[in-house]
Design a protein around this ligand. Structure first.
Ligand code: FEO
Length: 173
């Protein structure tokens, strides 16, 4: 069992993960519209990943007999100044999510909720990867600067990303 407070906090996290997916879908759409097809694919895959993050928590809450409640998702921005600005927006959101995950872990520890603490470890590790991958792209974009051929190459590389359903995901359903 999990407490009402923990359930409410996890429900809030479902919403943050859904918003992340919505933000990345908005970025994907803007990339596609502006001809950045590779980056559009990268962010589309990111949206798919965020959906699995939200569903992991949704499944966890429901499996414990609690109520995973869905709230309205904030409208994301629709236009961006540059590809760098899009990845900066992504990094900013990922850092916020990392902080929220840390707060959830702290709450689980405070409540001696070992099951939820263990469940959240996956997210702790995932956030390291998420921030790292966005930071890696940002570093490349900064190196390329105004160089259009550099941007073209980066966009091409970003387009190689594919979505892989995490092997352990099905088990959570
Ligand atoms: Fe699910 Fe990218 O945080």
């Amino acid at each position: 069992m999990i407490s009402e407070k923990m359930t409410a906090a996890l429900n809030k996290q479902i919403n943050a993960e859904m918003y992340a997916g919505y933000l990345y879908l908005a970025i994907s759409s803007y990339c596609s519209y502006t001809g950045l097809k590779g980056a559009s694919k990268w962010f589309f895959v990111q949206t798919q990943e965020e959906s699995t993050h939200a569903l992991r928590i949704y499944n966890y809450v429901n499996r414990l007999g609690e109520h995973a409640k869905l709230a309205s998702i904030k409208e994301p921005p629709t236009d961006f100044d540059s590809l760098q600005a899009m990845f900066e927006a992504a990094l900013q959101h990922e850092q916020k999510v990392t902080g929220m995950i840390n707060d959830l872990v702290n709450l689980a520890i405070e409540e001696k909720d070992h099951a939820t603490e263990i469940f959240l470890q996956w997210f702790v590790n995932e956030q390291v990867e998420e921030e790292e991958s966005v930071n890696d792209v940002l570093a490349q974009l900064k190196l390329a600067g105004e160089d259009k051929s550099g941007l073209f190459m980066i966009d091409k590389e970003l387009g190689a990303r594919v979505f892989n359903m995490p092997a352990d995901f099905v088990e959570t359903i």
